[in-house]
Design a protein around this ligand. Structure first.
Ligand code: CTP
Ligand code: MG
Length: 231
């Protein structure tokens, strides 16, 4: 199942408090973004990587792409203010003539595997739109001013990850619609849901975490060791 992938990496990593974009933090001597890019570079089904970056960091990203022979990176583009702006810029670089499968994957999620990618890409090819997700382990309540409003039914709740996968015509239409109507969202599938399309849920893995806070870096060490032992 051939696909292209847009990888937003243009954030500032404020919550990580590392004093730099978290994409450059080293995990086992390699920057986070190189771990992420390598997964797609090594997946035979990936036919192109569109990397979206912060203009000020262009030199660093270009050097990493060259040094690690990431030959599938077809574009290195400047991102925008929010993740949504960055992804939209990436989507605009897709070849207009094909309506293939496009994946969107956070640069800050380095533990994705070929298996997960294949599962979500296949589902998107068949159904149009799919996200990776895992069942919630905690009970979730909504609240206001420190008071519980409601306890949500956990059995119908999912923690959504990336990659999220779409037929490119659908995701482009969704981003165009969002721009026209001023809709903002924290994930890509929400914009597709806004258009009334069905989005399939594909089982992800608990370890496919997004590196967000310093605590996640300790988790990252554990996950790397665990993955090595696993095989
Ligand atoms: N991202 C992006 N462009 C932005 C904001 C975010 O490309 N304007 C990317 C990040 O680089 C990251 C992914 O979107 O790979 C998920 O975003 P998040 O985890 O929020 O990363 P940051 O925005 O960098 O972190 P923070 O919100 O803590 O500043
Ligand atoms: Mg952010």
């Amino acid at each position: 199942m051939e696909y292209r992938v847009v990888i937003p990496a243009a954030g500032q990593g404020k919550r990580m408090k590392a004093g730099k974009n978290k994409q450059f933090i080293l995990l086992e001597d390699q920057p986070v973004i190189v771990h992420t890019l390598n997964v797609f570079q090594n997946d035979p089904n990936c036919i192109g990587i569109i990397l979206v970056i912060n203009e000020k960091e262009k030199k660093e990203f270009c050097e990493l792409v060259d040094a690690n022979k990431l030959s599938k990176v077809s574009h290195i583009l400047n991102g925008g203010k929010e993740r949504q702006d960055s992804v939209y810029k990436g989507l605009k670089a897709l070849p207009g003539e094909e309506d293939g499968v496009v994946l969107i994957h956070d640069g800050a999620r380095p533990f994705v595997t070929c298996d997960m990618i294949t599962r979500v890409a296949k589902k998107a090819a068949a159904k149009g739109a799919a996200v990776l997700a895992v069942p919630l382990k905690d009970t979730i309540k909504s609240g206001n001013d420190g008071i519980v409003l409601k306890t949500l039914n956990r059995s119908s709740l999912w923690a959504v990850q990336t990659p999220q996968a779409f037929r490119s015509s659908i995701i482009i239409k969704a981003y165009e619609h969002a721009e026209r109507c001023g809709i903002t969202a924290t994930d890509d599938a929400s914009l597709v849901e806004e258009l009334g399309y069905e989005v399939s849920i594909v089982l992800g893995e608990e370890y496919n975490i997004k590196l967000t806070t310093p605590y996640d870096l300790s988790m990252a060490e554990v996950i790397l060791k665990w993955k090595e032992n696993k095989g």
